[in-house]
Design a protein around this ligand. Structure first.
Ligand code: GLY
Ligand code: MN
Ligand code: MN
Length: 441
């Protein structure tokens, strides 16, 4: 825990929230950590993911039912729920909260809710951020409350020093996992074993992962969020695409590497070209540029790589214009990264919380904002050989089908790094972590 940076972070948040609350006519805000759901007819639950706006104040995921109240004058109050339970071990309120908040711990949820009601009655106009526990207050979100949430979503993109350090920790952890995964792949291990190697080296168990690791060999790499883990390696191995990240103090990393089984074949060349295009794109990142423009430029770079490797019979610009290139690169260039892997606010284009609809052509592009200092986002171009998308171009003369068929067995390539936009320019957190590990730092 970076305590000094955390205390500064809380001062920053307090000022930010008070300003937005005042502008929207609120005297106070209540932020709910959230509650988990049980499976039908059961007392078992999926892993709990607390609400991002709560975690931004209290980065501790084991916080079900906790509530933070913030008003314009007092120290924020953290209502923490720690039942006396013999089924699950409850967590105490994190020690790092003691300096910034008035912490009250409750063993009884209805007591916590009674205290919250007293607070709500003492304030004239309260914003509700997140959802109360199902047994608590019924709330109706007004239009100004919804606007405030969108404005907070927008602000999440700008990281404080504390958030940057947590993201660096998450990246370092993820990179340790990737090193072990690469070794396991080189040793001929299966998707399942590579997955376990990643977990072990990044010191995470499955429920702690920021997202389910994608460990995809051969044609599996053509399924963008491939979720199965084959227990045995295929008889012939051509490729590995591993998209796996880690968390640190609730902040996520999101990292992809692709490997060719035979280190020097044309597929290895294709990985090298995507890698180069990715790094060149990161160098082009600058405050004031539009992320959508970067996506467009990458789309054109992908078209050039496809023509250079003779996957296409047409020019790169023709493949871009006809949208043929989109069949090989069907996802967005990247997304905001933070307390969620696909963090909120990527299509909110301004301080007032205005949200734009998905792009007509690039529907899955999650980030359509102008690049600004202190953002953290991913850059993750790819080239895939996806049968269902290529089927839509079946027989089209602009595709060199013989060559494409030869590459189906590799599935695809993605290279994904996490980038911090410092006021002086982009910093590639992922490459920095990889270099530190190779240098033995
Ligand atoms: N790991 C999911 C993504 O890259 O967006
Ligand atoms: Mn990503
Ligand atoms: Mn990813």
């Amino acid at each position: 825990m970076h305590l000094d940076a955390y205390l500064v972070h809380i001062d920053y948040l307090t000022a930010e929230w008070r300003q937005l609350m005042s502008e929207n006519g609120f005297d106070a805000a209540v932020v709910y950590a959230g509650e988990n759901q049980t499976y039908y007819g059961d007392d078992q639950e999926p892993p709990f993911h607390a609400y991002g706006h709560f975690l931004r104040w209290v980065p501790e995921n084991d916080c079900e039912h906790a509530v933070l109240t913030v008003n314009l004058v007092d120290k924020p109050v953290l209502l923490w729920y720690a039942p006396s339970d013999y089924w699950y071990l409850p967590s105490e309120a994190p020690e790092f909260c003691n300096e910034s908040f008035m912490v009250q711990t409750f063993a009884d949820l209805s007591e916590l809710q009674r205290t919250l009601r007293v607070f709500l009655r003492s304030q004239a106009n309260v914003a509700h951020i997140g959802k109360p526990s199902s047994s608590g207050e019924q709330i109706r979100q007004t239009e100004s409350n919804q606007k405030l949430v969108r404005q907070l979503d927008y602000r999440r993109a700008f990281k404080t020093e504390f958030e940057l350090r947590c993201t660096e920790d998450a990246t370092n952890r993820g990179v340790s996992g990737h090193h072990a995964a690469a070794r396991a792949f080189a040793n001929g291990e299966s998707e399942y074993q590579i997955h376990l190697a990643f977990l072990h080296a990044s010191s995470q168990h499955e429920a702690e992962l920021p997202y389910p690791s994608i460990v995809a060999m051969n044609t599996h790499a053509a399924t963008l969020h491939y979720q199965k883990y084959d227990r045995k390696p295929a008889s012939e191995i051509y490729s590995l695409l591993i998209d796996a990240g880690a968390k640190a103090h609730c902040y996520h990393s999101d990292i992809t590497r692709t490997y060719a089984a035979k280190g020097n074949d044309e597929f290895a060349g294709l990985i090298g070209d995507v890698d180069q295009a990715q790094q060149a794109t990161i160098e082009e990142i600058a405050v004031g540029k539009s992320y959508l423009d970067l996506h467009e430029v990458v789309n054109q770079k992908i078209a050039e790589i496809l023509t250079n490797h003779q996957f296409l019979n047409c020019s790169a610009s023709a493949a871009y214009e006809s949208e043929l290139v989109d069949a090989f690169f069907p996802h967005g260039l990247g997304h905001l990264l933070g307390l969620q892997t696909h963090d909120v606010g990527g299509r909110i284009v301004g301080e007032n919380g205005h949200e734009v609809p998905p792009h007509n052509r690039y529907e899955s592009l999650r980030l359509m904002r102008v690049i600004e200092a202190n953002m953290v986002f991913t850059i993750e171009p790819g080239i895939y050989f996806i049968p269902s998308l290529l089927a839509k171009w079946q027989g089209h003369p602009d595709v060199n089908w013989g060559k494409v068929d030869q590459f189906m067995k590799y599935g695809g390539v993605r290279v994904e790094d996490n980038v911090f936009v410092s006021p002086a320019g982009p910093i590639n957190l992922t490459r920095r972590a990889f270099s530190a590990v190779s240098a033995g730092v």
